[in-house]
Design a protein around this ligand. Structure first.
Ligand code: SF4
Length: 424
């Protein structure tokens, strides 16, 4: 069996999702090749000669591009079985399978994808956990996402484009030098349930830890690939309180010059002050945190479970221990008023965030993807919504806010990521 794994966009990082899928498939003896269109563009020849074409859609931004790939792959190679996998495949399985693909993987993908390949090879006949078939989807059926803690393995990075093909402007800006950036994760999912978040939509509060040995071997491979700075792309690095610090201690021993960043919540910054001070010594240079918007109404509306006072304290603490903050916002959302925009500017000035904020953050807009838990909220249902296949456009109750948004909006630029975090 020949399997092609395709990635279109993984936040501008080397696509770990296809690297972990590749390991599982190769261990079973299947021939695996990869195409990352973010780096290599669309190479039609790659679709030929494959029995299975599996397209990764970890982010909302990858869904439409993934569909275009699926259509082209079906045209070039009509015999191939086409499937989707990744976080937004889980969220959109019933919208993708049957219409754009022969099946869709729900939940963790490595094991179901390998089972599907075996099935297509005639090795197994039984039901395939985590695989929604096109027939099931067309009948209106859905399945439970596959969740398991023991299926993870070291990503096969050697089959991916090299790390230097994934430059990260904001990281270079924050670190003040050109870096070769790699990424890995120490866990998937998130314990929290912020209402707009696609991690919540896909994992429903569950967390799957990646074991220490796997992470350390992956980092070793990344360092051999030239990595000078590592981004932990976990939804929240403190999903397990001690997992991150234990790993960082070991990594620092082996790679004393390596630097790091990760994403975590304001409340975790405040709960883990001592640990963060130690992490600074171990090479952590900056932390991304979704501050959302400095307004109680917005924080409550998305169930962020934090306050403006906590945010201010977290900013001050990171400054005290000299870890930079990379703040992210949902700048345009239905709950802010024009006055709040003025308050926002004051907040940025008062907290001296001007030099830190990635300018793209000033034009982030709440995404209402289908499957978003926010859609159950009355304040969202009462908006003027326009339905699309995978999302809703919303209008602000005050048209001046939308005018301001469209005035500020810069044209999309390749590799620029207009989201609050890497997992959304
Ligand atoms: S926004 Fe962050 S903390 Fe909240 S559920 Fe999503 S990943 Fe977890």
């Amino acid at each position: 069996m020949n399997v092609l794994l395709v990635s279109t966009f993984e936040g501008g990082f080397q696509p770990t999702t296809i690297a972990t899928a590749a390991t599982s498939l190769m261990k079973e003896g299947f021939n695996v090749s990869v195409l990352d269109t973010y780096v290599d563009g669309i190479i039609e020849d790659k679709f030929q000669g494959n029995d299975l074409i599996a397209i990764s859609v970890p982010l909302f931004d990858a869904v439409h591009a993934g569909i275009e790939i699926a259509k082209l792959a079906a045209k070039v190679n009509p015999e191939a079985h086409i499937t989707f996998f990744g976080q937004h495949a889980t969220i959109n399985a019933t919208r993708l399978a049957g219409k754009y693909s022969d099946s869709c993987i729900c939940g963790e993908w490595e094991y179901p994808l390998t089972l599907l390949t075996k099935h297509l090879n005639g090795d197994i006949q039984e039901d395939l956990p985590g695989v929604l078939s096109g027939e099931q989807a067309m009948k209106g059926n859905s399945i439970h996402p596959y969740m398991s803690r023991d299926h993870l393995d070291v990503p096969s990075r050697h089959i991916l484009p090299p790390l230097h093909k994934y430059p990260q402007k904001q990281i270079n800006r924050l670190l003040g030098s050109e870096q070769i950036v790699g990424s890995t994760e120490i866990a998937r999912g998130c314990h929290h349930k912020c209402l707009y978040c696609s991690v919540f939509a896909a994992y429903d509060g569950k967390v799957i830890l990646v074991n220490e040995e796997i992470v350390i071997q992956d980092v070793k491979n990344l360092v051999e690939g030239g990595m000078t700075h590592l981004t932990f792309v976990d939804a929240d690095f403190f999903n397990a309180k001690y997992h991150g610090i234990k790993i960082l201690r070991k990594l620092h021993q082996q790679f004393p010059n390596l630097t790091y960043d990760f994403t975590t919540r304001v409340d975790h910054i405040l709960e883990n002050k001592e640990t963060l001070a130690e992490m600074k010594q171990l090479g952590v240079k900056f932390i991304t945190s979704a501050l959302e918007f400095p307004s109680k109404e917005v924080l409550d509306a998305v169930a962020k479970d934090t306050s403006i006072e906590d945010i201010t304290e977290a900013i001050a603490y990171l400054r005290e221990i000299d870890i930079k903050l990379n703040p992210t916002f949902i700048m345009f959302n239905p709950w802010t008023s024009l006055d709040d925009i003025v308050t926002f500017r004051t907040f940025v000035e008062d907290n001296a965030l001007g030099d830190l904020v990635d300018p793209i953050q000033y034009e982030t807009r709440l995404y209402l993807y289908k499957g978003s838990p926010l859609l159950h909220k009355e304040s969202i249902q009462s908006l003027d919504l326009t339905e699309y296949e995978f999302h809703y456009d919303w209008k602000h109750p005050d048209p001046k806010l939308d005018e301001l948004y469209y005035e500020m909006l810069t044209p999309p630029e390749e590799g620029i990521f207009k989201r609050c975090c890497l997992k959304c």
